[in-house]
Design a protein around this ligand. Structure first.
Ligand SMILES: [Zn+2]
Length: 262
């Protein structure tokens, strides 16, 4: 009798643990679209997309824009509203130089346990400031840390917005320039969306050091081109007609999705 009860308790415990595991994967792993659609790889297999999160910041966003301009590359910047408000001239420069702008929340919170109201407010405040500065409300959203919460898909759908994650992570919070370049190029694949950073969460510039990303960038661009890919801003094709890529396998990467800090 006692054994039987123990088995039931264990079975319940195991199934709860499995549910938590599936949930954590679905809400937190960049490749997972279990709970809703997200772009993890762009539609054109001849292209690779560079994306920069958490900016703008000084001097890194400007330095990255200089490199992109010198090399004739267009990219996508997922901006935090608080940082955009600090540096509207950098936001305008991103727009004027032909890059795509996306929404990365106002203050870079974990959205996992956030209320619907606070998620919506993080997104709407950022849409408002970006529209005020650029004249346009972004279509693309990337959740901080790649972490989603349940109401997020509804909130985005209501606003006609779409979610973009990534399939090639530069680990530019952890590595030096050579390491960032090496790990980014090692993960290259058709349609790769590369995750790099020009800021740090939504923090003021004095708390940001993206010098390693800046140093790595020319080598990454050269390496992508040597591998035969074109560089394009992420999501431009997908925002018109291409369907959002679904789920596992879409990224073509066998790399284990990591708990990232985008
Ligand atoms: Zn981020």
């Amino acid at each position: 009798m006692r054994n039987h009860r123990l088995r039931i308790v264990l079975a319940v415990f195991a199934s709860a643990l499995a549910s938590v595991g599936v949930l954590a994967y679905g809400l937190g792993s960049p490749q997972a679209t279990l709970l809703g659609p997200a772009l993890v790889r762009d539609g054109d297999p001849a292209e690779v997309m560079l994306t920069f999160d958490d900016g703008p910041s000084v001097p890194y966003t400007g330095e990255i824009l200089d490199i992109l301009r010198a090399k004739g590359v267009k990219a996508t910047f997922f901006l935090c509203g608080a940082s955009a408000e600090r540096y509207p001239e950098l936001v305008r420069r991103i727009r004027d130089e032909g890059h795509e702008i996306g929404n990365h929340t106002w203050s870079h919170p974990w959205l996992y346990l956030a209320s619907r109201e606070s998620m919506a407010s993080e997104i709407d405040r950022t849409q408002d400031v970006l529209e005020r500065i650029t004249g346009t409300r972004p279509v693309w959203f990337r959740p901080p840390f790649g972490v989603r919460g349940f109401p997020l898909w509804d909130i985005l759908r209501e606003r006609g917005m779409k979610m973009m994650l990534w399939s090639d992570r530069g680990h530019d919070g952890d590595l030096d320039a050579a390491g960032i370049s090496k790990i980014t190029l090692a993960q290259l694949h058709p349609g790769a969306i590369v995750l790099l950073h020009d800021g740090f969460e939504a923090r003021a510039s004095e708390f940001v050091d993206r010098s390693a990303t800046v140093s790595a960038l020319p080598g990454i661009i050269d390496g992508v081109r040597r591998a035969g890919y074109r560089l394009a801003p992420a999501g431009r094709a997908a925002s018109s007609s291409a369907p959002l890529l679904a789920a596992e396998g879409a990224a073509g990467s066998t790399r284990k999705p990591s708990s990232s800090r985008p």
